[in-house]
Design a protein around this ligand. Structure first.
Ligand code: NZQ
Ligand code: ZN
Length: 384
């Protein structure tokens, strides 16, 4: 097992009716800004619950944060937050609202152009505190210190991470998810599943406990995910799905193990170029990543295939092939296509993504630093 540190102070408040606890969780006498997305919270009653709980607090609102939150939109939020002298941020929504709000929290504490935070040029040394009300299980953003931001003007999608943007608290009420469209539930299952894979499907360093935690999350997603799509208002099913997605990316399952993240690095480029939903980009890239990097991931793929899908017969290569097929079939069963051509993307994208990464200096990545621009192209062509 590798050396590690683990620090996750996020106060999770989980369960039915918990939004009312905002009145205890939020700081009194501080100016608050509520941030939200395109209006789902107005339709499903979450906005009403939040504003009920905020009676007596001083707050302003900023709505309209889009899926794959843009830098441009968040700079509008920044101007308002500065003007209103906001001291606490409350993100109400999915990963996009939470990520956008994390950028805002950090940007409020820097003097230079905040894009430097995403470029890794401005270190985040402090941030305005934030809390969350999560309405979409998927990203784990509610319990981690990462954010992914898109810039429309330059077609970029970059991320940053800092302990200073870990939420102070996150409220997870599964009933807020009853209004989710099927597509978003499917996306959430796939995103959470692949978060686990990025931290588990690498090479073994003797971490049996972390492996079984990871496999526990995968098993639960395979069992509960499809049920959540079929019956969105089944409380326990939604609760199990919601908690699985949080556990998939709050840092715990990867401590001491080896992480990859190459599927995300390549997937983000597909979203930046073609606007494909985040989870769907991952469903394209992961099977090819497993196929073409079986020299790196083989041992873990065989373990995963056996423990999650019951693949026990055949040679190592046959078992790896069968495991990839089972994984693809699972994503497709959720209505998530796993080929690039299904998203009307030209073949040139396969080389363009590699060039874009190369131009940013991303030329050796993955858990063995073995992914070159040539391999990026091969991975995308493998699933065209
Ligand atoms: O904008 P509104 O109207 O709220 O609608 C949203 C949006 O259209 C809707 N929605 C959310 N909750 C709902 C709901 N509709 C009905 N009922 C509800 N309860 O769902 C749509 C998608 O929302 P979004 O927040 O974009 O989805 P998600 O949570 O999947 O977030 C995706 C973003 O997170 C980033 C992705 O790259 C992408 O930008 N990620 C963030 C990570 C992190 N911070 O750790 C890790 C991930 O790997 C990921 O990269
Ligand atoms: Zn993801």
């Amino acid at each position: 097992m590798n050396n590690f540190e683990f620090y996750n102070p996020v106060h999770i408040v989980f369960g039915k009716g918990t939004i009312s606890q905002l009145s205890d969780l939020l700081p009194k006498n501080k100016k608050i800004m509520i941030t939200y997305g395109g209006g789902s919270i107005m339709k499903n009653g979450v906005y009403t619950q939040v504003t009920e709980a905020l009676k007596g607090f001083s707050y302003v609102e900023f709505g309209g944060i889009e899926p794959n939150p843009t830098y441009e939109t968040m700079m509008e939020a920044l101007a308002l937050a500065k003007q209103e002298k906001v001291e606490f941020l409350l993100a109400v929504g999915g990963g996009s609202v939470i990520d956008g709000t994390k950028l805002l929290a950090a940007a409020l504490c820097v003097n230079d152009e905040p894009w430097g935070i995403l470029q890794g040029e401005i270190p985040v040394e402090k941030a305005v505190p934030l809390g969350c009300v999560l309405t979409l299980p998927a990203t784990g953003s509610e319990m981690n210190g990462s954010a992914v931001i898109s810039r429309t003007a330059t077609q970029e999608k970059l991320s940053f991470g800092s302990k200073f943007v870990l939420p102070q608290f996150s409220i997870l009420d599964p009933e807020t998810c009853y209004s989710l469209p099927d597509k978003q539930i499917a996306n959430g299952i796939v995103d959470a599943f692949i978060h686990v894979m990025e931290q588990y499907l690498t090479f073994p360093v003797n971490t049996p406990l972390q492996d079984r935690w990871a496999e526990g999350v995968l098993h639960t997603l395979v069992e509960e995910g499809p049920k959540a799509m079929k019956n969105k208002t089944d409380y326990d099913t939604m609760a199990n799905f919601m908690w699985s997605a949080t556990m998939a990316l709050n840092g715990i399952i990867s401590r001491g193990a080896v992480e990859d993240w190459s599927t995300h690095i390549i997937g983000h480029e597909l979203t930046a170029l073609h606007g494909i939903d985040h989870a769907r980009t991952l469903a394209i890239v992961l099977p090819a990543n497993m196929n073409l990097r079986r020299n790196v991931k083989g041992e873990k793929i065989i373990q995963y295939g056996e423990r999650i899908w019951g693949v026990t017969q055949g040679s190592a290569n046959e078992r790896i092939d069968a495991t990839i097929e089972k994984t693809v079939a699972f994503f497709e069963s959720l209505g998530v296509p796993t080929h690039l051509r299904a998203y009307d993307v030209p073949k040139e994208t396969c080389t363009l993504v590699a060039e874009r990464l190369k131009n940013r200096g991303v030329v050796e990545f993955g858990e063995k630093d073995d992914i070159t621009p040539e391999l990026v192209t091969k991975i995308l062509l493998d699933r065209y």
